[in-house]
Each structure stands twice: as structure tokens, then as C-alpha cells.
Write a protein that binds this ligand. Structure first.
Ligand SMILES: [Zn+2]
Length: 330
């Protein structure tokens, strides 16, 4: 039987059976602080694939880092075949500012639109490039964990590139993860980079600021950590039985925007991931005197997986992510 190898990512070098922390170095800033991306390698004792987890490519999405922290406490390298690499916080300066993008970079602010980055590009492009080079070289499978961040709550939802391998990885997220849509960003994301080099990546969404009460944050982080472990189980990297969604669907995302300004009031009885018919009411916008100004309705048969966190709404503001369901996935 083949022997497991030592795995290197940036300054982290993990022999079989070791958990090692390190960083991917990028550059030094004007004040002398180093820009580097923290990384942890959990290297199994037996050979197998490298599963790579990215969190907080958007700095206002702490669910990914928390999920990595929980999984790190629980995954035992002595029982692992292959390697789990976790980058809990990809966009470090954005995370430190609890901001979607890096405040030191206005030209490539959204890091999920610039992959694989550029070695001689703007600051965030260089950070993306440093990360992308290691991920492309080391990872076999990649998930990028997102949430609704500051602007919304998103229920369990996944974007795939529709290769059979990406759909398999999506289903390996486990029970409850049946809302699987075609990638709305064919370029610029880590998963797009993985596809470009013939590897497999997906984007997953869960959580957001309208659900950051202590219990809610703990619940979504726990669910995401369970999915990390479920993926290890699906690919026979870890002992235990994997679970799967029972009701997986195909579909496309549509963003619903506010036709007018006022207060955003979800319609009683609606819920995330609950099937609805085209034309069903999702929410109303009322003015400050209570007059109904507009109604948001389902643009097709399907379900919504995201709603805005702030009731205050202005014309053109984002209100809802809707999954226009095209059919079941076998
Ligand atoms: Zn995000």
C-alpha cells in the first residue's frame, strides 16, 4: 500500500499524522505588518485525496471560520485517509474590518470575482494569486464557505459547475443541502479556478447577520462543520456513515430587487427553502404610514434561500435570492 506523503502549504509542513498551522506569505504593508493567509493542515496517516476548505473570502462572513474551528477540534489525523487543509480566513484584512472586501483595495474589492488573481495585480489580486497557486497545486476538492454576511440570511444553498464531480461534492454536504444551483459566476471564484485546471470546487452558503444570536451562530457553524466531516466520510477519508439530501433540485438563482423604498415585511407563513408557486407572495414593502407600496412574488416555481437582514429598504436594494427550480437531481 502507498504511504501517505508530507503536505506543504506556505510555511506549514505536515508529516503524516500531524496537525500543523502556518501561513501563505503575500507581502508587507507600509506600516510593516505582514500580509499572510493563515492555514492549518490536518494530514492523515493513510493516503487519500486533499480536501481544501476556504472561509471568509468575504470578511463579513464569520460562519466559515467558526466551522473550521469546530472541525479542527474534532477531526483526528490518526483516523484520516488523505488530508484536510483549512484556510479559515482567506480575506484577512476584510475579516479584521468585518467588511465584505479589503478596505485597503478599492479596485479589486470583491475577492470572489478576481480569481485566480494576478502576481503583479492590485493588492487583493496578489492575495488571491498566492492562495490560488497553493490551492491549485495541493487541493483535489475545494469548498468555499459563504453566508449572507452583513446584508442577509442565506439558508443551505450550493452553487456547482454542473460537472458530475461538482454535483457529487455538493450532495456530500449532507442532509438538508438539496438546494443545488448552477454557478452564477462562471469566472473569478476559487471554484472557477478549480474547474479551469480540471479539479472540483463548489460554493456553499449558510448563515448571515440576521441570524447571529448566540444560538443561531452556533447552529449554522455546527451544521457547516458537520458538512466538512460528512464530505470526509463520503470520500472514504474518515470513518462513519455519510448522509445526503433527499430532495436535491436543479435550478438558477435570481436576485429580487426592491421596486420602491420603505419597510420590507416578509409575508406570514413564508420560509426559506419551502417550495412555492410562481406568483406566490414573498414580502411586501410598506411606507412609514403603513400603506402597501409593492409586493415581491416568486418569479417562477421554486424556493427562496436568501432574505435581506435589514427591514429598511431603498429602491433597487437587494431583497431576496430565489432558486428558480428546473427539476429534481437524481
Ligand atoms: Zn460571500
Amino acid at each position: 500500500m502507498a504511504e501517505q506523503k508530507t503536505i506543504t502549504v506556505g510555511t506549514a509542513v505536515a508529516a503524516p499524522g500531524e496537525i500543523v498551522r502556518g501561513a501563505i506569505p503575500v507581502t508587507t504593508l507600509a506600516g510593516g505588518s505582514k500580509v499572510e493567509i493563515p492555514v492549518v493542515i490536518v494530514n492523515g496517516v493513510n493516503p487519500g485525496p486533499v480536501f481544501w476548505v476556504d472561509g471568509a473570502i468575504h470578511g463579513d462572513e464569520p460562519e466559515g471560520p467558526m466551522a473550521c474551528a469546530i472541525a479542527l477540534r474534532e477531526v483526528d489525523p490518526k483516523q484520516l485517509s488523505g488530508t484536510l487543509v483549512m484556510v479559515p480566513v482567506l480575506n484577512v484584512m476584510a475579516f479584521e474590518n468585518a467588511n465584505r472586501g479589503n478596505p485597503l483595495d478599492t479596485f479589486s474589492f470583491d475577492m470572489n470575482r478576481i480569481y485566480p488573481g494576478r502576481a503583479d495585480g492590485y493588492l487583493s489580486e496578489r492575495i488571491a494569486w498566492a492562495h490560488s497557486e497553493w490551492m491549485s497545486q495541493v487541493a483535489d476538492l475545494e469548498i468555499s464557505i459563504h453566508s449572507g454576511g452583513a446584508h442577509s440570511f442565506l439558508a443551505k444553498a450550493i452553487f456547482v459547475d454542473e460537472t458530475p464531480e461538482s454535483v457529487e461534492l455538493a450532495k456530500a454536504m449532507g442532509e438538508g443541502w438539496g438546494c443545488i444551483m448552477s454557478n452564477f459566476l462562471p469566472k473569478g471564484s476559487p471554484m472557477a479556478q478549480m474547474k479551469a485546471i480540471g479539479k472540483t470546487g463548489i460554493t456553499v452558503e449558510l448563515g448571515g447577520r440576521s441570524a447571529t444570536s448566540p444560538e443561531a451562530f452556533a447552529k449554522v457553524s455546527r451544521d457547516l462543520a458537520d458538512s466538512i466531516i460528512n464530505i470526509l466520510r463520503h470520500y472514504k477519508m474518515y470513518p462513519g456513515q455519510a448522509t445526503y439530501p433527499t430532495d436535491a433540485t436543479r435550478g438558477q438563482q435570481e436576485a429580487l430587487l426592491a421596486p420602491c423604498s420603505g419597510i420590507f415585511v416578509p409575508t406570514p407563513g413564508v420560509d426559506f427553502l419551502k417550495p412555492m408557486k410562481k406568483g406566490d407572495s414573498i414580502a411586501k414593502i410598506i411606507n412609514i404610514f403603513g400603506d402597501e407600496l409593492a409586493e415581491l412574488v416568486a418569479p417562477a416555481d421554486g424556493m427562496f434561500f436568501g432574505l435581506r437582514a435589514l427591514p429598511n429598504v431603498n429602491t433597487g436594494d437587494w431583497c431576496c435570492f430565489f432558486n428558480k427550480v428546473e427539476g429534481k437531481r437524481d
